[in-house]
Design a protein around this ligand. Structure first.
Ligand code: HAM
Length: 430
């Protein structure tokens, strides 16, 4: 019979590969806890209506949706932000700021390519109920800390922008279809040269002079502290409040030690309809990979799901691209080592005592394996070796009689007799 293959864009991850993923997830979650985010858990399936309008047209097309047996139109969760908005509305007692994180799977029916899967993990970080620029700075600094911990912060650039800033710039230039221009033209800026970009702007109704001005302003890009001056010079008066907020963000990031990773890039818009202020994305500084993660401020989305209006800001840390970056940099977290010990019963006579030893060591928190296949001594040693066990504890009739265990150090190859009562000490000091 031919073996059945898994679905395209879905992945089987075996222990050696998954150990690296696990280590990366641990780093991300450890950072979340350090920044005071609390873990939540949310459904993998939601009513499809949750995403209608709120996430945007493109998301509706990418959803894995189906009718459940009760005739409801439901969908595998393509992103968690709308779920969180729903969750916040159903618990009015929560005190703000609410800081949540969670790592789980998302599903989007996308064209599968490098960094774009149909099933993928995200750790979402959100601060809900805080309008201040310090909440913006906190999420950006938290994301920066992840890359610092991974040792690749010099390969990563965070590009930030503010939709309100861009919108007021466009409005002051007389553009009235700002949303369309931002989301349909400026969002694709990086895919075009300047000439094509100006043509696209003209196609969406801008006269040539205005299109040139928009091109000039969306070209602003560079380290946040330095680029702010350029922005201050070029931005029209109508954008003064947003410019000031960007200024405050830069200062806060500087105090938090993260400004060096952050660039202001006036062409960043992001696809989701719900972002209202800060938008940001992280990229590989060498420009080879797709976005590492993305996020932004969404001050009106929560209000669309109930009576509470709450401002929010957050990001979705996507793993596929960061894994690729770590692989390229040879910085992948190493596969987990094997068990602390392999207990080797020489024959069936000592099996009960061997199992006793296994239980005792496991109860002290050690990871321990033993024979499950009735293997002879030679084969057990080979297995212990290939499993990466740190020590092999050999128990035969002689050891049983002497109350000892033969402890083999699998790195040095040395073997010594140890009193049964001292085994734990020996394992913990080696
Ligand atoms: P997003 O930009 O759609 O935002 O996704 C965030 C990150 O998830 C992306 O930058 C990427 O790393 C990863 N990602 C997205 N789609 C895929 C895919 N098909 N395969 C692999 N990785 C992918 C959101 O989802 C927002 N809900 C984030 C957010 C949270 N905004 C505020 N709070």
């Amino acid at each position: 019979m031919t073996e059945m293959e898994g679905l395209k864009g879905f992945y089987d991850r075996y222990p050696d590969e998954w150990a690296s993923w696990r280590a990366l997830i641990d780093t991300v979650e450890e950072t979340a806890r350090e920044f005071g985010f609390n873990e939540i858990n949310a459904p993998a399936v939601e009513r499809a209506d949750l995403y209608r309008v709120k996430s945007g047209e493109e998301m509706m097309e990418q959803m894995f949706n189906f009718e459940d047996k009760g005739g409801r139109e439901v969908s595998l969760v393509p992103e968690q932000t709308p779920t969180r908005a729903r969750m916040v509305q159903s618990r009015k007692d929560l005190s703000t700021p609410i800081k949540w994180f969670d790592t789980s799977k998302r599903w989007r029916y996308e064209e599968v390519q490098r960094g774009r899967d149909r099933e993928f993990f995200q750790t979402d970080f959100d601060i809900i109920g805080a309008e201040s620029v310090y909440a913006d700075a906190e999420v950006v600094a938290c994301a920066a800390e992840i890359y610092r911990k991974l040792g690749v912060d010099d390969r990563v650039d965070f590009l930030v922008n503010d939709r309100r800033l861009l919108e007021s710039v466009l409005e002051s230039l007389g553009v009235d279809n700002t949303d369309e221009v931002m989301r349909q033209v400026i969002d694709d800026r990086e895919k075009m040269n300047r000439e094509e970009f100006v043509r696209e702007l003209a196609d969406s109704g801008l006269d040539h002079g205005t299109a040139e001005e928009v091109a000039e302003i969306t070209d602003i890009s560079g380290p946040i502290l330095e680029t702010l001056e350029e922005l201050e010079d070029l931005a029209p008066d109508g954008a003064a409040d947003s410019v000031e907020r960007m200024h405050d963000l830069a200062e806060a990031l500087e105090s938090m030690g993260s400004a060096d990773m952050v660039q202001l890039d006036m062409s960043i818009v992001r696809g989701f309809a719900y972002y209202t202020g800060l938008v940001f994305e992280a990229f590989d500084a060498e420009g080879e990979l797709r976005a590492l993660f993305g996020g932004g401020r969404y001050d009106t989305l929560i209000g669309m799901f109930g009576s509470d209006q709450k401002a929010a800001v957050g990001f979705g840390f996507g793993y596929s691209t960061t894994m690729e970056l770590l692989r390229e940099e040879e910085m992948l977290p190493l596969a987990e080592p094997g068990p602390d010990a392999y207990v080797l019963p020489v024959n069936d006579e000592v099996r009960t005592e061997a199992l006793d030893l296994v239980r005792e060591l496991r109860s002290k928190g050690l990871s321990v394996e033993t024979d499950l296949k009735d293997r002879n001594v030679g084969n057990q040693i080979s297995y212990a070796d290939s499993s990466g066990a740190r020590h092999t504890l050999i128990l035969g009739p002689e050891e049983l009689e002497d109350g000892t265990v033969s402890v083999k150090d699998m790195v040095s190859g040395e073997e010594r007799q140890v009193d049964r009562t001292d085994v734990l000490d020996v394992l913990s000091t080696d």
